[in-house]
Write a protein that binds this ligand. Structure first.
Ligand code: KIV
Ligand code: ZN
Length: 555
């Protein structure tokens, strides 16, 4: 990098729009969406999709609820042409879905494009030519007038061929893009767009789409919003236009540019699933749609099974969804940090108890992951950053092990140390194994062989046999319950003196295979406190085993 970047680069000039309206507005409804996955997204792949992959993607887009889908550039290759023909001839396009095709302002390409659309019910023909100073100078070597001439001629060539489609029952909508709009002088963008409008003559009843591409993001999103508001306010016959956005993501602000562009007056948004597209990609429609949703606006798109959609995306494009991708990434609803886990756990418990406010307000979770088909079990995952709350959540949500709060405080740091030593994330099963190793399978030096207790009038007598370092001892004792009787029996052995100070028990699993898990806390004569845990199909034996587990842990 150079020390004085201003010598090589300069800021994008601000737009003169002092009375801009967009900063004070809020979004109240979803825009018209157009997926360009099968065209712009496909164009950006090292290995473009074949026809069957495009068909799978098309069906998935329809299932999400897209009503406008740019299906390709049919004059660009045989695959693209064949795909269009299959969609139309196999009648795969639902009644309420319009396919869109892209074409440059060249007669042979327009001819082929029209051929590819014959027999379709409803189509959008999308004409573009590039308009920015760099494109005019470097690529075309043409003046502004000549560039307008290209657009005008392209528009005319399409208009001249419309009857071929319309006479055979196809409804046609026309779309024009001054490609590289965001780097184009606004007055010129207006002039060239109006030249196309003069040819196509849109009306409020029969609008055309004016797509204003942020082909390469060169400015901050507020500048993009100013450009869109300027166009919406200055272009003639605004009421005859559907103003459309097409943002790319070169500065990483494609979503912001789109949202501000909508505030600035646009009606429609082109983009792709998960932001596939040239260079840093197109706008990620999932993010903008879900941002609407989290503000209570129906996006008119359904992403209820986002994981499934991401798999389809991977299968058809070979691309992957990054783990931190908003809404769809593997980790976006996951908390590893102890304080986050604790807050999420409490927030979800508040909702489960029915005491939460009406509107979603769970710390760290912008939306309910289950709305996207994401599971709560992926919300809290455990690594060395995690605390007792995360450990307890996992044991409870995966295995129904409901540790008493104080035992969570004892086991949390033990588990945390073990995970720290491993230096990686651990699964629920591994955590359970750690708990079993530390508590349930703690059989030395004391182990239970046999236990029986009878009670009369609240006085219990027990007979038990225990192993102490492998040697069997037969013991008896009395107390106001089986646990107290067992503690009394142990009191007559060489076990260190202790008292039982806490106890909890619950079922593990359901039905005939259910067992019980008991948690017992003891306090030794010198004030040491330890928890123990025991598991048995017999609910009387589980707490007795838990007493020995605690005793074995006294150390
Ligand atoms: O990015 C772009 O400008 C395009 C146009 C063809 C609309 O993809
Ligand atoms: Zn594009």
């Amino acid at each position: 990098m150079i020390a004085e970047p201003f010598q090589k680069y300069r800021a994008f000039p601000v737009i003169d729009l002092p009375d801009r309206h967009w900063p004070g507005r809020t979004l109240t409804q979803a825009p018209i969406w157009c997926s360009v996955d099968l065209r712009d997204g496909n164009q950006a792949l090292a290995v473009p999709m074949n026809v069957s992959q495009k068909l799978e993607m098309f069906d998935a887009l329809v299932k999400c609820g897209f009503k406008e889908i740019e299906v390709g550039f049919p004059s660009a290759s045989n695959t693209e042409f064949a795909f269009n023909r299959r969609l139309i001839e196999e009648k795969r396009i639902p009644e309420d879905v319009t396919i869109q095709v892209l074409v440059q302002a060249r007669e042979d390409l327009i001819e082929r494009t029209i051929e590819s659309l014959m027999g379709a019910r409803r189509v959008i023909i999308h004409l573009y030519n590039s308009t920015s100073p760099a494109q005019r100078r470097v690529v075309f070597g043409k003046s502004k007038e000549e560039i307008i001439g290209i657009a005008r001629q392209g528009a005319q060539m399409i208009k001249d061929r419309l009857s071929r489609l319309e006479d055979t029952g196809t409804e046609v909508m026309l779309q024009y893009s001054p490609e590289s709009f965001s780097a184009t002088e606004l007055e010129f963008a207006k002039e060239i767009s109006e030249a196309v409008m003069d040819v196509w003559q849109p009306t409020p009843e029969r609008k055309m789409i004016l797509n204003l591409p942020d082909t390469v993001e060169v400015a901050m999103p507020n500048v993009h919003a100013d450009q869109i508001e300027w166009m919406c306010r200055n272009i003639k016959n605004r009421e005859s236009l559907v103003v459309s956005l097409h943002t790319h993501n070169d500065r990483g602000t494609g979503v912001a540019a789109t949202e501000l562009g909508l505030l600035a007056g646009a009606d429609r948004v082109e983009g792709t699933l998960f932001g596939n597209g040239e260079r840093t990609g197109n706008l990620d429609i999932v993010t903008v749609a879900m941002n609407c949703y989290m503000h209570g606006i129906s996006p008119q798109l359904d992403f209820s099974n986002i994981n499934h959609l991401a798999e389809m995306y991977h299968r058809t494009t070979g691309m992957t969804v990054p783990p931190r991708q908003p809404y769809a990434g593997e980790l976006v609803f996951t908390a590893f940090s102890g304080s986050h886990q604790d807050a999420i756990k409490k927030g979800l418990a508040e909702r489960a108890a029915g005491t939460a406010p009406e509107h979603w307000d769970v710390p760290y979770l912008t939306i309910d992951p289950s709305d996207l088909g994401r599971e709560y079990r992926e919300v809290i995952r455990v690594n060395s950053q995690s605390g007792k709350g995360g450990v307890a959540w996992m044991l409870e949500s995966e295995f129904g092990i409901d540790l008493p709060k104080d035992l969570q405080r004892e086991f949390g740091p033990l588990a945390n140390d073990a995970v720290d030593r491993l230096g990686r994330e651990v699964s629920g099963t591994e955590l359970k194994d750690m708990f079993w190793h530390e508590y349930v399978d703690r059989r030395l030096p004391w182990e239970l062989k046999h236990f029986h207790a009878d009670g009369v009038d609240g006085v219990f007598e027990c007979r038990a046999s225990v192993l102490l370092g492998g040697a069997e001892l037969r013991i008896t004792g009395r107390g106001n319950g089986p646990i107290a009787a067992f503690a009394a029996a142990l009191g007559q052995t060489e076990a260190p003196p202790f008292e039982v100070i806490d106890f909890k028990q619950h079922a593990l699993g359901a039905g005939a295979a259910a067992s019980a898990i008991a948690y017992v806390q003891i306090k030794s004569a010198n004030g040491q406190k330890r928890w123990g845990a025991g598991v048995d199909t017999n609910i009387e034996l589980a707490p007795v085993k838990a007493v020995l587990s605690a005793l074995n842990r006294l150390g």
